[in-house]
Ligand binder design. Structure first.
Ligand SMILES: C[S@@+](CC[C@H](N)C(=O)[O-])C[C@H]1O[C@@H](n2cnc3c(N)ncnc32)[C@H](O)[C@@H]1O
Length: 215
């Protein structure tokens, strides 16, 4: 796997490890409102989780204040989506709803998704120091860890707080000076990358907690 361009199917389910879940909670003052791509092994435990197969996080509402996203890094062939669709929703949630959004993604600075939805769109980036980031696999320590470099990206206004919380994990860059600038031409930041109408649609259910979270 390199920079989120190609990926093994197993890595699609790698869960955020405790050290980052704790930091994200600290940054969000104890509460994560939405995890739009959760799974049963995740320890993120957001107030609202979208989980396949019933809830397609790319088709449901992102009108929440504090959102954390660790998206599938590879392409979803059935739904014809990629990480680009997730980063678009991150940026869009901030612009349209004033959401504070954190995303844990591979560093891929020359890809279309970084050019359109990170550069000129996000406020701050923490380039994580982990030589091999140890995601959780099926809820457990996944061994030697991921080979690619990862970053925590932030769309929001609390850049000083982001720096305070995340600088212990990597080099934090305030990229607000790029806001509003276009990088890489072509698609505009506001353009929704097309979502397939051929892929099996998920069932949209009313926004509510997944049973069993109990918070
Ligand atoms: C990298 S894992 C992250 C899990 C969890 N958010 C965490 O950080 O611990 C990405 C998860 O997204 C889920 N997923 C993929 N496509 C999705 C979609 N369209 N809607 C909701 N969840 C999706 C997969 O089931 C996978 O387990």
């Amino acid at each position: 796997m390199t920079a989120g361009r190609t990926t093994s199917s197993a890595s699609q389910h790698w869960c955020t490890p405790p050290k980052y879940v704790h930091a994200i909670r600290r940054f969000f003052r104890g509460r994560i409102d939405l995890d739009p791509c959760a799974n049963k092994h995740s320890i993120v435990e957001a107030e609202v989780e979208y989980r396949l197969p019933r809830q397609d996080g790319l088709r449901l509402e992102w009108n929440f204040r504090r959102i954390f996203v660790n998206p599938p890094y590879g392409a979803d062939r059935a739904r014809k989506t990629t990480i680009k669709h997730w980063l678009h929703r991150c940026h869009q949630a901030h612009v349209e709803h004033g959401a504070q959004v954190l995303a844990l993604v591979p560093v891929a600075t020359n890809t279309a998704h970084w050019k359109h939805y990170v550069w000129g769109a996000a406020s701050s980036i923490c380039f994580l120091y982990d030589t091999r980031l140890k995601f959780l696999v099926d809820g457990k320590d996944g061994g030697k860890g991921a080979p690619m470099s990862c970053a925590m990206i932030y769309w929001g206004e609390r850049v000083e707080e982001f720096d305070r919380v995340f600088s212990e994990f990597g080099a934090v860059l305030d990229v607000r000076s790029l806001l509003g600038r276009e990088f890489g031409g072509q698609a505009k930041k506001s353009e929704q990358p097309a979502l397939s109408v051929e892929g099996k649609p998920a069932v949209d259910v009313p926004l509510k907690r997944i049973a069993g979270r109990g918070r």
